[in-house]
Design a protein around this ligand. Structure first.
Ligand code: EPU
Length: 308
């Protein structure tokens, strides 16, 4: 735990929006994680940018999270500042099919709203937890759709203090990856401009999205999980490999490898981040030993490395 006076500038600048020694479990879908030294909730892009700039200027470790869908915080928490992105503004031009979204907008909200406006091209996101910012960085996707297929540009703040508009050439998307994810630049997504096909019948779009939702309900577990734990390796599927390794149903404490889908690790109650770590290591080792394939995490581990 840090000396609270260390972060005094945050208290002065952000007032009530800054909290100290705040448990991270409440901000994550898996309901896990020890306390962060400081948490700032940013409900406007200027506050989001300001919070990150203060951290960069003071050389404080800082991470931004959206809905906390794809992150696993350690049980010891995070020695630094966590910025929660609560920016929510969304503008939809239904004639042109252009959408401007602040980076804290939820993907499910965006999927619903685009359908209501007769825009097609985001139905795949109907059951995907997460926010626009995380989706831009990770090239989120499902059902053969992904961010690379609908992004026009994104407004990014780059360390130390540069605002730039990036398009597909700068983002250099790959499967679940972008130049923003690969580094070494440190940057924050503030908003994104997306394009869709306009003029569709909302009812038909919803029927399409319902099929995706039904497919998810059939193939993925409900409950507190982190979504897909690992990326799919080339020409194979992490879930299939974990199943073929006989690991479905394997448990550590309160966390279990789902019997419905091998790439989902579910916190059944009382689970710890350390339990996730045990199961992550077990899955990696077993799949490596059996198939010679190295599973790469899709979920981001935060607060695990010594320098953090
Ligand atoms: N499979 C198994 N055993 C399992 C799970 C899956 O054999 O326990 C097999 C399935 O039978 C299928 C193949 O593996 O042949 C792929 O499974 P699935 O269709 O469930 O898709 P996935 O590749 O595991 C991806 C995304 C999901 C997205 C679904 C649906 C990744 C890592 N995951 O899963 O995205 O919802 O497709 O489009 O690309 C996420 O990224 O968090 C996420 C949930």
């Amino acid at each position: 735990m840090a000396d609270p006076s260390h972060y005094e500038p945050l208290r002065r600048r952000f007032g009530e929006a800054a909290r100290f020694n705040d448990p991270l479990a409440r901000y994550t879908v898996a309901r896990l994680g020890g306390p962060a030294d400081a948490v700032i909730e940013a409900s406007r892009p200027d506050v989001l940018a300001d919070a990150v700039l203060v951290c960069w200027q003071n050389a404080w470790p800082v991470r931004i999270i959206g809905s906390g869908a794809n992150v696993l915080f350690s049980d010891q928490g995070f020695r630094g500042v966590i910025v929660i992105n609560r920016t929510k503004k969304l503008h939809i031009d239904d004639q042109r099919g252009i959408v401007n979204a602040e980076s804290g907008v939820g993907l499910i909200t965006l999927a619903r709203d685009t359908m209501t406006h007769g825009l097609s091209g985001f139905e795949w996101a109907i059951g995907v937890p997460g926010t626009v910012g995380g989706a831009v960085v990770n090239n989120a996707g499902a059902h053969d759709g992904d961010m690379a297929g609908c992004l026009l540009s994104t407004d990014v703040l780059i360390e130390p203090d540069r605002r730039e508009e990036w398009g597909l050439p700068e983002l250099a998307y790959r499967y679940r990856e972008s130049a923003l994810k690969r580094g070494p630049l440190r940057a924050v997504v503030l908003s994104a401009e997306l394009h869709f096909s306009p003029g569709h019948e909302p009812g038909k779009l919803r029927t399409h999205a319902d099929e995706f939702a039904a497919n998810r309900r059939r193939t993925q577990p409900t409950g507190a999980s982190l979504g897909s734990m690992f990326k799919n390796p080339p020409n194979d599927f992490a879930g299939r490999l974990i199943e073929a390794s006989g690991l479905k149903g394997t448990r550590s404490g309160g966390v279990v490898i789902s019997t419905t889908h091998g790439n989902f690790f579910v916190n059944t109650g009382g689970g710890m981040a350390a339990d996730y770590r045990v199961l992550i290591d077990r899955a990696r080792e077993t799949v490596q030993a059996k198939f010679g394939i190295e599973l790469e995490l899709e979920v981001e581990l935060i607060g695990e490395t010594p320098e953090m």
